[in-house]
Design a protein around this ligand. Sequence first.
Ligand SMILES: Nc1ncnc2c1ncn2[C@@H]1O[C@H](COP(=O)(O)OP(=O)(O)OP(=O)(O)O)[C@@H](O)[C@H]1O
Ligand SMILES: [Mg+2]
Length: 260
Amino acid sequence: MNAPHAITASPNPLRPADTPIARVRGLHKSYLLGEVKVPALRGVDVDIPRGCFTVIAGPSGSGKSTLLHLLGCIDRPDSGRVEIDGVSPQTLADDQLSEFRARRIGFVFQSFNLLPVLSAVENVEYAMRLVAHDPAQRRQRARELLGEVGLGGMEDRRPNQLSGGQRQRVAIARALANRPDLVLADEPTANLDGHTGAEIIALMRRIQRQTGASFIFSSHDAGLIRAADVCIRVADGQVVGQTAGQTTPRPSQEVQHEPA
Ligand SMILES: Nc1ncnc2c1ncn2[C@@H]1O[C@H](COP(=O)(O)OP(=O)(O)OP(=O)(O)O)[C@@H](O)[C@H]1O
Ligand SMILES: [Mg+2]
């Protein structure tokens, strides 16, 4: 099986390892709830290091999902800047933004978000439709990726014929399909039992090391926070701390926040 090649990385060779994968400055975002404006992010400044397994941790309602959605260019800020690998998505036209997102960013959601009418292999292939034009190549890569995440033999099952952990594995394969240099995951273990969640964390940790891609998660999960290289703490719509994770005790990595 040539599966080990399925998840090789494409880290941007033009960017030195010490430039952040994501740079966020003065980010504000609020939602309208009827007539009421609910602030979700209130001036976020953060640099997220390249090639790391980074967790965004904080209490419920602190703004983790909002920040991930802005990093993933799924939503637009009210004000402030996001730069992904030196590119400001705000400056891209809609079709350029779709292509940028498809090629450069993989997203894993808490509730998997698979298309229910498609099989596992078709879900992974679907993610490649904007990027890889040869259907046979798409099929082959999707099968290899599913093998890599431990789903060999289950390619033809629909999401409702898979367990929660297996669905999340399909979602991870889908997120990796276009060899993104940034993988975002919003509480990827929250809908899974502890054992299955731990397996998913181990799988993502292995893939991150293998690919060298930058992974950013939001999580309350102590296991995921312990597995992280870098932990960014948010509270009440602001970043309140950034430290090296507990598994890599490198206290020198304590990062001071530079002003906006
Ligand atoms: N679509 C929305 N409409 C109105 N308010 C929203 C919306 N989405 C989020 N909010 C509010 O924005 C704030 C930040 O929400 P967000 O979902 O980013 O938090 P979170 O840290 O991801 O929380 P959790 O851990 O519960 O997922 C909260 O006060 C939330 O109520
Ligand atoms: Mg959330």
